[in-house]
Design a protein around this ligand. Structure first.
Ligand code: ADP
Ligand code: 5GP
Length: 213
């Protein structure tokens, strides 16, 4: 039996995870917490034309680009997807995502619903997670409480939240962000389950069947 293939050596492509949800629901907070406790989960850093918020860092939260630079990235085909969201452009650098998955590592994309649907066309095998607030009132008070947006932008983001909620049907899982630690637990449980999907083991099992013959 010592010559038989080891299941652990058959790890194939990493899992692509998309996390969406209305502005202010806590996507950034939950992703930061996940990055702290799941060190093997890679985070995709998006490009944006939005200005950095206080405390945000180039290359950590976003790659901050001018509109001209962003349009040139689109033209050169450097983005896996991009979307305009309440007056700014956002997009996912393509090469990094593809390379990470090829290396067998899991990657999480924190992107809006328009972008998520485009990613789903290219990666239907991805795992699509939608973060929900405990209530709409709580959502609004989180955006207001963050204190980074003007009243106009807050109103725009609440309207966008309505449209986004209608698209929740395209997602595989809904996660309530009542408490950050619980939301992270739920996401980690989902990832554990996704790694146990039978399909991921079929190439190895197939090899075993051939060895037994
Ligand atoms: P998003 O990235 O979805 O726009 P943020 O991560 O910026 O949202 O969170 C918006 C605000 O809500 C922040 O002030 C954050 O500290 C707060 N927040 C996030 N998650 C929770 C939570 N589970 N309970 C209470 N406040 C939260
Ligand atoms: P924020 O300005 O609050 O950081 O992000 C606004 C919205 O843009 C959020 O819904 C966020 O998930 C989304 N977003 C961030 N990066 C990307 C991206 O690369 N592509 C798309 N389509 N949306 C993104």
């Amino acid at each position: 039996m010592t010559n038989s293939s080891q299941l652990a050596q058959t790890k194939e492509r990493g899992i692509l995870i998309v996390l969406s949800g209305p502005s202010g629901v806590g996507k950034g907070t939950v992703c930061t917490a996940l990055r702290g406790r799941a060190s093997d989960l890679i985070y995709s850093v998006s490009a944006t034309t939005r200005k950095p918020r206080e405390g945000e860092r180039e290359g950590v939260n976003y790659f901050y680009r001018t509109k001209e630079e962003f349009l040139s990235m689109i033209e050169k085909g450097e983005l896996l997807e991009w979307a305009e969201y309440v007056g700014n452009y956002y997009g996912t650098p393509k090469d990094f995502v593809e390379k990470t998955i090829e290396e067998g590592k899991d990657i999480i994309l924190e992107i809006d619903v328009q972008g998520a649907l485009k990613v789903k066309e290219k990666f239907p095998e991805g795992v699509f997670l939608f973060l929900l607030p405990p209530s709409l009132d709580e959502l609004e008070s989180r955006i207001v409480g963050r204190g980074t947006e003007t009243e106009d932008v807050i109103a725009g983001r609440m309207m966008a939240a309505r449209d986004e909620l209608e698209l929740v049907k395209h997602y595989d899982y809904a996660i309530v962000n009542d408490r950050v630690d619980l939301a992270c637990d739920r996401i980690q449980s989902i990832l554990t389950a996704e790694h146990c999907k039978r399909e991921r083991f079929m190439p190895a099992i197939q090899k075993w069947l051939e060895e037994v013959h």
